[in-house]
Write a protein that binds this ligand. Structure first.
Ligand code: AMP
Ligand code: GLY
Length: 424
């Protein structure tokens, strides 16, 4: 069987690597892939990104399943294109992907279906937005409606920050169309965790809880990024907490999607704030998180490809049991100097990390030049993921691994997992 993974980041490298574990899988294509997927002989990069051209490729090569990594192609409707041609694809349609691509859509959806989330209002008028902030006071949270690559959320601790954020998005158009409307919502106090599940339109398959680290620097300082590291599972949610999230968030979400005629087949990633009043949804993502996916994939058994396929067919009930190792997994991202604003690129990468079943090296912003040399080519460059019987062992593995890598300007956090490491 051949499978195609769409995307070029660490998430897609990890997905392709995990899918390729099954002896039933002949080739995993990655479109367009990166320097790491180019190096792995079981994976094959293809230089296509246009959805229609990808659908043509899948037909010609008899690819059994396409798995979409990032939100961009989902929001652009790649699933609509594939489904219209009868091709099997894992991911939600453009309409369903609005759960992630429009904060206003997601908030209205949650409010209508009584899914717990912060109180909010949506504005495109600057003066009205300022008035609302004055009425509600700080702290308060300002969110661009559209996709803004992690830059669209301002948690304003003061009124001044809140007003500045509104001006930045609505008056100065710093985020373009994504910030032409803003959601202004109540600040939630608590601890964050995410819960990632697969859904096939009817059934829910829980995968794992995890915690990522969005800020660039240690002690959660500096700008927001796509994610500088993660760990799984997140001990904040015990079995009872997970059951509650399933009952009050995931089941009502799936039911509401069905009522709207949306046959959602793919990932639902619920970003949660665990407050004194119980879990509240901060955001939905309609795909695996990155780096959460890199953290999770090494825990999954070789049935993954078959399970993804069953999910895309709407038949998770017929899928083989997906084994999930009861171990701790830790991921630390190595970024480029200047990330996230203006990452430097083109530096030679040295890798001395020996392969081991207890750690993995996933590539994100890397490429091979014409002579085969590996160069930095993006903001998040590489990630080391390691597993252990506890988080201390897992993080020791990840940081040891990181010490075996080098390139000019290598940048990473030293405190990933401080919540779960002893002395952290
Ligand atoms: P989002 O892109 O919606 O996940 O927001 C990015 C980050 O902003 C989250 O991971 C939280 O740390 C923070 N955040 C978002 N919404 C809220 C809220 N209502 N209260 C407190 N923090 C929030
Ligand atoms: N790591 C957060 C995300 O993928 O949205």
């Amino acid at each position: 069987m051949k499978i195609l993974v769409v995307g070029s980041g660490g998430r897609e490298h990890a997905l392709a690597w995990a899918i390729a574990k099954s002896p039933r899988i002949q080739t995993v294509y990655v479109a367009p892939g990166n320097g790491g997927t180019a190096l792995d002989e079981r994976l094959q990069n293809i230089a296509i990104t246009d959805p229609v051209a990808l659908a043509d490729f899948v037909e010609q090569e008899h690819v059994a399943l396409t798995v979409v990594g990032p939100e961009g192609p989902l929001a652009a409707g790649i699933v609509n294109v594939f489904r219209a041609r009868g091709l099997k694809i894992f991911g939600p349609t453009r309409e369903a992907a609005q759960l992630e691509s429009s904060k206003d859509f997601a908030k209205a959806f949650m409010q209508r279906h009584a899914i717990p989330t912060a109180e909010y209002q949506t504005f495109s008028d600057v003066a009205a937005a300022h008035d609302y902030i004055a009425l509600k006071g700080a702290p308060i949270v300002i969110k661009a409606d559209g996709l803004a690559a992690g830059k669209g959320v301002v948690v304003a601790m003061t009124l001044e920050e809140a007003h500045t954020a509104v001006d930045m998005m609505l008056s100065d158009n710093k985020l373009g169309d994504a910030g032409a409307r803003v959601v202004i919502e109540e600040f939630l106090a608590g601890e964050e965790a995410s819960f990632i599940v697969m859904v096939d339109g009817k059934n829910i398959l829980p995968l794992a809880t995890s915690q990522d680290h969005k800020r660039l620097q240690d002690h959660d300082q500096g700008p927001n990024t796509g994610g500088m590291g993660a760990y799984a599972p997140a001990p904040l949610l015990d079995a009872e907490g997970l059951e509650e999230v399933r009952r009050i968030v995931l089941e009502p979400t799936l039911k509401a999607l069905r009522q709207r005629g949306i046959d959602y087949r793919g990932v639902i990633y619920a970003g949660l704030m665990i407050t004194a009043d119980g879990p509240q949804v901060i955001e939905f993502n309609c795909r695996f998180g990155d780096p959460e996916c890199q953290t999770l994939m090494p825990l999954l058994g070789p049935e993954l490809g078959a399970v993804l396929q069953a999910c895309a067919l709407g038949r998770l009930d017929l899928a083989p049991q997906l084994s999930i190792a009861e171990r701790c997994s830790a991921c630390v991202v190595a970024a480029a100097e200047g990330y996230p604003e203006a990452p430097r690129k083109g530096d030679a990468i040295r890798i001395d990390l020996a392969p081991s079943p207890n750690h993995q090296l996933f590539h994100a912003g890397t490429r091979r030049d014409s002579s085969g040399e590996l160069l930095t080519a993006g903001g998040r460059v590489l990630a080391v993921v390691a597993q252990g019987d506890d988080f201390d062992a897992a993080f020791a593995g990840a940081y040891n691994g990181l010490n075996q890598l080098d390139y000019a300007g290598i940048t990473y956090r030293r405190d990933i997992g401080h919540q779960v490491r002893s002395g952290g």
